[in-house]
Write a protein that binds this ligand. Sequence first.
Ligand code: NAD
Length: 476
Amino acid sequence: MARLMTRMFFDGAWRDGATTYPLTDKFTLEPIADIQVPDREQVDSAINAVARAQEACSLSGWQRAEILGTAAELVAGRRERFVDTMITDTGFTMTDADREVGRTIETLRLCAEEAKRLTGRMVPMDGAPGGAGRLGFTLRKPLGVVCAITPFNAPLNTVCHKVGPALAAGNGVVLKPAPETPLTAELLVQTLLEAGVPDGLLALLPGGADVGQRLLEHPVPALYAFTGSTRVGEHIARTVGTRRTQLELGSLASTIVCADADLDRAAELCVNAAFRKAGQVCTSIQRLYVERAVLAEMSGLITGKLDGRPVGDPRAPGAFVGPVISPASADRIEAWVRGAVASGASLAGGGARQGSVIEPTVLTDVPADTDVMTNEIFGPVVVLRPFEDFADAVAEANNTPYGLAAGVFTANLDRALAAAQRLRVGTVHINETSSSRVDLMPFGGVKASGTGVEGPRYAIEEMTEETLITIGGSGR
Ligand code: NAD
């Protein structure tokens, strides 16, 4: 097959970069494309062009809504192409890629709706001395240029959770997708341009840390909308100083299953939440706490649901788990699993590896100080941990530097409420897993999982600034 050539886009044109890098298919590991990468001057030109276009742009709210709504319908119309491109970029199975495309359509539709609802607030000026007779209200305005830096594991929907609200709010956007997934980003940018996003308002700059670093050093972007590892997020916060950031970072998510839960439903949802996208989801269940009385039953349900599910080629019909993003990632995951087993853990399922494919792996009796317990694994591995006292499970789930999301399965309202109050995470899902998400909800972490909130309505607030206007007054 002829190698594809992916170009960069800015100032209204698709362009060659200063260098290229080879992109590989994540399952076959064959080179499939050469990706154009900008140098420093091209990064600067791209940001400056977006800033000029944003200043000159006079699209109204309904026009921005029309464009985003059209983009949603175009993505829906080319769903298969998006799915196919994403499988190549990421190694996701057809089911995982198709789910992400479906959610992306919804995210773009939500952004279109929010573009029409950009309002400020009334301020009751006469509630304090000096305010009598005065009218106060705020106007919500775009920030200018939003710089979106995105990870490999949700190359379409996470990108739309940044680009969509930014455009809905009237900003220009510079997008640097993950170096592993430029093809999906290119197809999205082509689609957004076709939907009517003015040429200059959007830039696509493929590349890795070097391109990212130059984006951080440029003085113009007013907000960095980042999803990725805590290490890079902390670097961004240090580098951009007082400029705004939206940092959606790493995680080590837990879900707790009590004996009174519907165990079969819980097991079905947990299997999906631990292994979809080969476990490469920020909210994937890494630690599954199970009440000791039902540990054996739950373990049997989980391994039973894994039995016979196709693992390997993500394009094979019914494929359940495909490769992880790179052989290096597979090396790390395999080493952590081996390390846990060498420390006394048992394999209740999986553990094998071929190429970049790691079998869905279930570990029990895992010592607390192993990598699989203490570091984000980002692979298809789940640790089963028994508990007797619910409070201990909550305390142990809190015992990580992270705080993104947690799930609790129970029929007991007191336990549900205790979990809601005590779990230190951005979201607690009762009778759903940590990995449940509806794209309109506010989504963000606490502790080392980041700051700022995604979800179109909430992201738009972060991607705009308010000016207070006061009018009149009696002077009394
Ligand atoms: P990563 O941090 O390695 O890379 C993310 C992006 O940052 C990429 O585009 C990368 O090129 C860029 N980057 C790297 N160094 C940079 C630098 N010095 N300056 C600017 N940009 C730079 O993350 P990844 O491996 O692509 O994704 C996996 C991580 O993302 C996991 O930790 C996962 O938990 C996290 N994640 C979090 C959420 C969330 O919502 N909290 C969602 C998805 C993924």
